[in-house]
Design a protein around this ligand. Structure first.
Ligand SMILES: [Ca+2]
Ligand SMILES: [Ca+2]
Length: 251
């Protein structure tokens, strides 16, 4: 990638040597960059309020979706709090938009943020079109407070404070093949998930921290017995906050 962009820069400077010498070099530092969108995903057929976080987004003039049928209206823009003091990772500015998502969109949606300094690389907004999407409900800290869910499901939530634990309860059958997957870090969330599956007696069945693809967890399990199971989701570093968002797919 580095080589490609280097060649592109070379070609550009050869074809317009004089201009390039006189003109101020485009400052890469000022180019907007999207880190994460809160929430990570939307449901088709609704208007969604999206907080897009990143660097150099405070002067955003537009948020443009690749799908031209989606219009996003800017509601606010400016500085954003940096809870874990890592602005490179989670951004220090944000632009909030209202985006009307048509009911018939077929999948995830790419968008860019436009500022006077240029436009960001495309960032993906998740769109779940097959499974029901529900919101995490606190308190859900332990087995007793577990939030009941019915598989298959997509749970939208966050590890919203340090040492938060989100627990979900479902009924499973012996021999049932299930997949539990976290969508978080790969989409810019600050969460480094660990997912653990427990049986009705509180015995651990399986656990996943990272996969070979990254920090997001994934479990592929054949349930050993018919009964109640619990899925527990935590952050691997016991950290948490509004940017520790996730989508948990259980199917
Ligand atoms: Ca919780
Ligand atoms: Ca992890």
């Amino acid at each position: 990638m580095r080589t490609k962009s280097f060649i592109a820069v070379m070609i550009l400077s050869i074809s317009s040597t004089t201009i390039a010498q006189e003109k101020k070099k485009p400052d890469k530092k000022d180019t907007p960059r999207v880190a994460v969108v809160l929430p990570l995903g939307v449901v088709p057929g609704k208007t969604a309020k999206l907080a897009i976080r990143g660097r150099k987004l405070a002067d955003a003039t537009a948020v443009r979706f690749k799908n031209g049928r989606i219009t996003a209206k800017i509601v606010s823009k400016g500085a954003a709090p940096v809870p874990d003091k890592n602005p490179d990772k989670v951004g220090d500015t944000q632009v909030v938009v209202e985006a009307a998502i048509p009911g018939d969109v077929a999948g995830n949606l790419d968008f860019v943020v436009v500022t006077p300094a240029g436009e960001s690389k495309p960032h993906m907004l998740l769109v779940e079109t097959r499974l029901p999407v529900i919101a995490e409900k606190e308190p859900n800290e332990g087995f007793r407070q577990a939030q009941p869910v019915k598989l298959p499901v997509v749970i939208e939530g966050s590890i919203d404070r340090q040492r938060d634990v989100d627990v979900f309860r479902f009924e499973g059958k012996a021999g049932q093949k299930i997949v539990i997957e976290v969508l978080a870090a790969r989409h810019g969330s600050a969460l480094d998930s660990i997912v653990t599956l427990y049986d009705a007696a509180g015995q651990q069945i399986a656990s996943s921290d990272d996969t070979k693809d990254g920090l997001d967890s994934r479990l592929d399990v054949v349930l050993p017995a018919t009964g109640v199971y619990h899925i527990a989701l935590i952050d691997a570093h016991d950290s948490g906050g509004p940017i520790h968002v996730y989508r948990l797919l259980a199917r």
